[in-house]
Design a binder for this molecule. Structure first.
Ligand code: HEC
Ligand code: HEC
Ligand code: HEC
Ligand code: HEC
Ligand code: HEC
Ligand code: HEC
Ligand code: HEC
Ligand code: HEC
Length: 642
């Protein structure tokens, strides 16, 4: 939402110089010189004692720092009295969101390997307890400075620890950080270009996004951030704590600790100033999370420099504008010189349902259960693992759901069990088609290279979802092999949902086929994920799916190819295929052709038959219809702003 910081700082302070041996040597103009111990010799040289070693601390003047202020004290101060809460927080990904890039915690591989991308070569190495990266100097200077040569930068901070990790280096301009162009993808165990992790059209050159951490990421990835923009356009950023700590959800803790320490029975009558979100109204409790899990902007720009005005327990909209598709937000965007249509498209479906990850508060507030009921984030999530929760800590930490909250229980805590049994779902009780979530919170949100459950509770409707919002309906996301017409018929028969008029293709061709061949990149990403979803494979038969996934292996969007290859691996026949979604197009095409051959060979063995809805005839794709649908592919450029 906040644009890329326009100033590019020259990277001179971190560039390597040649020493007498003709080897690169790290030189840091302002920081102490490194101890001249070469890892290959193992021997300190003659001046070893005079030159203090470079450590993480050497970079401290050049990166954001932790500084408790304004009544914030940091989580360590809570540990003594709340060891259990401290421990469960310590297990959470909230804690590890923003960290110093200590070699002991980094996810990425820094063993000296070289990573080649289509536009550059990078080397990643660890020396003296510091993670370093070597990269072409032209990338650091945004193609505006010196073009030749290789620069070495220390990676000093990290973002993320669950799906991927982003790395930052100091620019020696105040505490301003630059973003390293590669990220480490945990699941794939490899370095990939940052832009390949987002749903955006191909061809974006790598950049270092100078100042992006300081003015954007810290807003939601730290506790009590102060970006502190200086007059020279550098930043002097500090935050109360890296990561999302106790006080991000409970408010500043100093007064609470004073209160508890001085408690002589007198104070007991006054109110403890600490906030427990569980004791707030459902709106205010959800706003505590909405502080970060939403799409907002600050009403007063100064609060970004001096510390956010919002505190848990306060009204979020007293200090923020919350974006929704409405006239107020449109006016706010125009006032800021932003194009409302582009902005909305990047984050919302046309009917106002949020479509990107990490913005669940926007989803929740559009739900009838929140508007007419008391649903809050805490209806389903537990931010500390409950004491009687037998699950492995890792299982809890992944999504931080309270016990049983992956099941119908999430809904039946409020809705009547007897009203919503099989007579309501029209599926067998044990069927995946009877799970409330699968029809009312389908995976139509996109982010982090996957489909995620929408946090707006809605009901499936071909008219509202497919025709008006351009969003796949919940039924066909599982019944991928059925047509929209089939779904519309059953919705009418079972739930009396009005039947819309549909085009011939929507009456005759399976929704999964139409979405794969004609959908825009956001639809292709969602369908690629669902073609690997076990529930969909069970009801729609995985056999044909592999052919559609192979089609997506040469999609123009990196993210779509990645998701398709992951889904293809979930189908036993193709489980061991090796395919690189970042290989160049000619290689991808070759690989794709081989896999099509393999698929056709499977057909020769007589598995596939004729399935007109899926454009399969005598075990082969009906090329005519396939190609004519494929030509209709929606090429609208898609940028999703996760
Ligand atoms: C000197 C001990 C002490 C320290 C330090 C301390 N607390 Fe507490 N806290 C208490 C006591 C006592 C209670 C009341 C009994 C209880 O709920 O455990 C309490 C209650 C709470 C509650 C529940 C309030 C409610 O209304 O349900 C929260 C949340 C909390 N503390 C958060 C924190 C945080 C965050 C920190 C660190 C910034 C912190 N505490 C530091 C002693 C302490
Ligand atoms: C408006 C708040 C907000 C801003 C601003 C923001 N993020 Fe996030 N980010 C989130 C939330 C919330 C999640 C968790 C999403 C989820 O789990 O679905 C997240 C998740 C991530 C993850 C995945 C973490 C993991 O462990 O897998 C990465 C990486 C990330 N953000 C990077 C960034 C970067 C880089 C920036 C700055 C350019 C940024 N974010 C700005 C809120 C934000
Ligand atoms: C991301 C938000 C978040 C963070 C971070 C967080 N808490 Fe909590 N905390 C909650 C919520 C929400 C509750 C209500 C119960 C629940 O969801 O587990 C809670 C409950 C509590 C309680 C009340 C007792 C209980 O377990 O219900 C205490 C005490 C507490 N937290 C202390 C801490 C301390 C200390 C830290 C940091 C070490 C911390 N919290 C970090 C959100 C958070
Ligand atoms: C200060 C900002 C902030 C606040 C406040 C906050 N979150 Fe988060 N939350 C994040 C970010 C950033 C991530 C991404 C962390 C990651 O996954 O690495 C995240 C991740 C999560 C996750 C996914 C964890 C995972 O990776 O599986 C859940 C669930 C979540 N938050 C729920 C909540 C709830 C509920 C609240 C309110 C009680 C809350 N958060 C408050 C910023 C925040
Ligand atoms: C009705 C239950 C329910 C409510 C209410 C709810 N969630 Fe969730 N949430 C879930 C479920 C279930 C998942 C797992 C989704 C999945 O696997 O795709 C989840 C996942 C998440 C994730 C992780 C997404 C990912 O996979 O990366 C975040 C972040 C999150 N919720 C935040 C929130 C926040 C913030 C709120 C309140 C604004 C909230 N949730 C309200 C049920 C709920
Ligand atoms: C905290 C309580 C609560 C939770 C949890 C909850 N709901 Fe609701 N829900 C309500 C209330 C109250 C209403 C409005 C009154 C009504 O229609 O029953 C509502 C309305 C609805 C509606 C719309 C009714 C209409 O006429 O438009 C649907 C659909 C729905 N809920 C489904 C679900 C599903 C599915 C879940 C679980 C994912 C769920 N709810 C979880 C309280 C809740
Ligand atoms: C998460 C997966 C899933 C979702 C979502 C789902 N179903 Fe099903 N459906 C199944 C499964 C599994 C069966 C197999 C029989 C059973 O379990 O009842 C089935 C069977 C059926 C059948 C009967 C068998 C057939 O092929 O004729 C119909 C009709 C049907 N579903 C319609 C729907 C409609 C309409 C929706 C949306 C309102 C829907 N389903 C949503 C999984 C799903
Ligand atoms: C197979 C899909 C499917 C499943 C599974 C499903 N529902 Fe529904 N639900 C629907 C449809 C379709 C509607 C009606 C939509 C409409 O009227 O536009 C609906 C409507 C509702 C409503 C609105 C009021 C009403 O009764 O019409 C509520 C509340 C609701 N469902 C709750 C639940 C709960 C709770 C569960 C899990 C126990 C559940 N649903 C499981 C498809 C499903």
């Amino acid at each position: 939402m906040m644009g890329l910081w326009p100033v590019i700082f020259p990277p001179q302070d971190w560039t390597p110089r040649e020493n007498q041996n003709g080897r690169p040597e790290d030189s840091i103009a302002a920081a102490p010189r490194r101890q001249a111990t070469r890892p290959d010799s193992g021997q300190p040289n003659a001046q070893a004692n005079e030159t203090p070693q470079i450590t993480q601390a050497s970079f401290e003047p050049y990166r954001p720092i932790e500084r408790a202020s304004d009544g914030y004290v940091q989580g360590e101060a809570c540990r003594e009295c709340h060891p259990g809460n401290y421990e469960s927080w310590h297990d959470s990904y909230h804690r590890t969101m923003t960290q110093l890039a200590d070699p002991a915690i980094v996810m990425g591989n820094f063993d000296g390997q070289t990573v080649e991308t289509s536009d550059a070569s990078y080397r990643l190495l660890e020396e003296d307890g510091i993670c370093w990266a070597e990269l072409p100097t032209r990338i650091l200077s945004g193609n505006r400075g010196p073009n030749a040569g290789i620069s070495r930068v220390p990676l000093v901070m990290t973002t993320g620890s669950h799906h991927m990790q982003v790395y930052w280096f100091p620019l020696a301009a105040g505490r301003t950080l630059g973003q390293f162009p590669l990220v480490y993808l945990k699941e794939a165990e490899r370095w990939v270009p940052r832009h390949s992790c987002f749903l955006q059209p191909p061809g974006d050159p790598p950049g270092i996004e100078a100042g992006r951490w300081n003015n954007t990421c810290l807003q939601c990835h730290t506790t009590h951030p102060k970006q502190k923009l200086s007059r020279d356009f550098s930043f002097d950023t500090d935050v109360a704590e890296f990561g999302i700590s106790c006080e991000a959800c409970h408010g500043p803790g100093q007064a609470h600790i004073n209160y508890r320490r001085q408690d002589d029975g007198q104070l007991r009558r006054a109110e403890d100033p600490i906030v427990n979100p569980e004791h707030l109204t459902h709106e205010k409790s959800s706003q505590t999370c909405g502080n970060c899990h939403s799409i907002t902007t600050h009403l007063q720009a100064e609060t970004r420099n001096e510390g956010h005005a919002f505190r848990p327990g306060k009204e979020l909209e007293a200090s923020r504008h919350l974006f929704r598709i409405n006239e107020r937000s449109k006016a706010e965007l125009q006032r800021r010189g932003q194009n409302p249509e582009e902005f909305f498209d990047a984050s919302f479906w046309p009917d106002g349902m949020v479509r990107v990850s990490g913005r669940e508060f926007n989803g929740l507030i559009e739900s009838p259960c929140y508007q007419q009921g008391e649903m809050s984030c805490l209806s389903c999530h537990a931010l500390h693992q409950q004491t009687d929760d037998q699950r492995d800590t890792k299982l809890w930490a992944d999504d931080q759901l309270a016990m049983d909250m992956r099941s119908d229980q999430a809904c039946l805590q409020c809705h009547n069990t007897t009203d919503y049994g099989p007579q309501h779902t029209h599926h067998a009780t044990a069927s995946s088609g009877s799970r409330c979530y699968n029809c009312h919170m389908p995976h139509t949100t996109y982010g982090l290279l996957k489909a995620i459950r929408s946090h707006t509770v809605s009901s499936p409707s071909v008219q509202r979802d497919d025709l008006q919002a351009g969003r796949p309906n919940a039924c066909n996301l599982c019944h991928l092999d059925q047509t929209l017409q089939w779904t519309a018929d059953h919705l009418a028969e079972w739930w009396k949902v009005e039947k819309p008029g549909l085009l011939p293709a929507q009456q005759e061709v399976a929704a999964g086929a139409i979405w794969t061949l004609t959908g825009d990149a956001s639809i292709r990403a969602l369908v690629a994920w669902h073609l690997g979803w076990q529930a969909a494979q069970e009801v729609s038969d995985a056999d044909w799916m592999s052919r559609y996934l192979i089609e997506l292996l040469n999609d123009p969007y990196d993210a779509v190819r990645y998701i398709a290859s992951r889904s293809l691996k979930s189908i036993p026949e193709f489980a061991s295929q090796d395919y690189d979604h970042l290989a160049d197009e000619s290689q991808r095409k070759m690989r794709q052709a081989e896999l099509i051959k393999r698929w056709n060979a499977g057909s020769a063995a007589g598995q596939r038959g004729t399935q007109p809805r899926l454009l399969i005839e005598a075990g082969r794709i009906s090329q005519g219809t396939w190609n004519s649908l494929r030509k209709l592919r929606d090429e609208t450029p898609i940028f999703l702003d996760e």
